[in-house]
Design a protein around this ligand. Structure first.
Ligand SMILES: Nc1nc2c(ncn2[C@@H]2O[C@H](COP(=O)(O)OP(=O)(O)OP(=O)(O)O)[C@@H](O)[C@H]2O)c(=O)[nH]1
Ligand SMILES: [Mg+2]
Length: 308
């Protein structure tokens, strides 16, 4: 599994071959995103949740998406995952991944790693992302359930949280509930949720936890399992997954088309044209039109044998 995930980062064709062969094994894992501000206790909480799920007999894969580090692999893992014993468990697979190459969001390698863990038969895949930037909203496109971790004393930040995060949360956690202001944060979240109830019919719970003392984790696991049941019974799980597959198909085709475009038109295509645009010699739209016309001519000359 470790080798397969390394391949997801370094040798995509190998992974594609594997996923082609095992496509009928996909779709069984429950995919959970855990996001929230830096230092909210996401890793500690994820470790606790992993332990709880393992105790209930589930196997799981845990992906820690690191927005800052260009490096991947186990080197920094010890620092980031605060419960090293869970990483040693035979039913648990832990991996740290970089989000490089995706503007701070989730990389293609991460979504392939999720699929690999699924194909390997993991019951759960937990993905921790730091709630800054694109990864936090990208998580929705990968996960069935999203847990948003808040902490007491966010103050005005709760207003900032509101915009991006309210739409993506299926479950809210107020971690560090041993700190002052936990009740207030919980109240504010509940108030926000009342103002803007979810359209799916799912009641978004707010769960108080103290990850460092393993408090509230049982309830979190219960609600997580309940959310999955809700998704399944309402048909939303299927709808979400169909929408995801559609998006992936489009992304894949888009990148293939760009590759084909650049292959036919030659390298170093844009630089000179961009300079002309900046110098005001050509408009952006005329340049794009011209390129597009040239591309159409070339692809027709090829007699439609564009596929390899
Ligand atoms: N008091 C208290 N401290 C906690 C709790 N949960 C985590 N912490 C502490 O908060 C700090 C950050 O915890 P992490 O689990 O690394 O937080 P994180 O959100 O994963 O951090 P990043 O991945 O760096 O964004 C650590 O010192 C934890 O021990 C809690 O419930 N109460
Ligand atoms: Mg962390």
């Amino acid at each position: 599994m470790a080798r397969a995930i390394s391949a997801a980062e370094n040798d995509p064709p190998v992974v594609q071959a594997f996923l082609r062969e095992h496509s009928q094994r996909l779709g069984r894992a429950r995919i959970v995103g855990i996001t929230g501000p830096p230092g909210a206790g996401k890793s500690t909480l994820t470790g606790c949740l992993a332990a709880e799920l393992v105790n209930r007999g589930f196997s799981l894969g845990l992906l820690l998406v690191d927005p800052s580090s260009p490096f991947t692999g186990g080197a920094i893992l010890g620092d980031r995952l605060r419960l090293p014993d869970i990483a040693q468990h035979p039913q648990v697979f832990v991996r740290s991944m970089s989000s490089r190459g995706s503007m701070g969001g989730l990389s293609k390698a991460t979504s392939d790693a999720v699929k690999l863990l699924d194909a390997f038969g993991m019951d759960f895949v937990l993905i921790e992302t730091v709630g800054t930037g694109q990864a936090e909203t990208d998580i929705v496109s990968v996960a069935d359930s999203v847990i948003v971790v808040a902490v007491p004393g966010l103050g005005d930040d709760i207003q900032a949280l509101k915009a991006g995060i309210l739409e993506i949360a299926d479950l809210f956690v107020v971690n560090k509930a041993d700190r002052e202001g936990a009740e207030k944060t919980e109240r504010e979240l509940l108030h926000m949720l009342k103002m803007q109830p979810s359209s799916s019919g799912w009641t978004i719970p707010v769960i108080r936890t103290v990850a460092t003392k393993n408090e509230g984790i049982g309830e979190l696991a219960n609600k997580l399992l309940a959310h999955y049941e809700f998704l399944r019974e309402s048909g939303l799980l299927l709808r979400q997954r169909v929408a995801r597959a559609e998006q992936e198909l489009k992304d894949l085709l888009r990148s293939r088309m760009m590759q084909e475009f650049e292959r036919l038109m030659g390298p170093a295509l844009y630089r000179d044209l961009a300079q002309e645009i900046v110098a005001g010699e050509q408009s952006l739209y005329d340049t794009a039109d011209k390129l597009w016309q040239q591309f159409l001519v070339r692809i027709t000359q090829k007699g439609g044998s564009a596929s390899d």
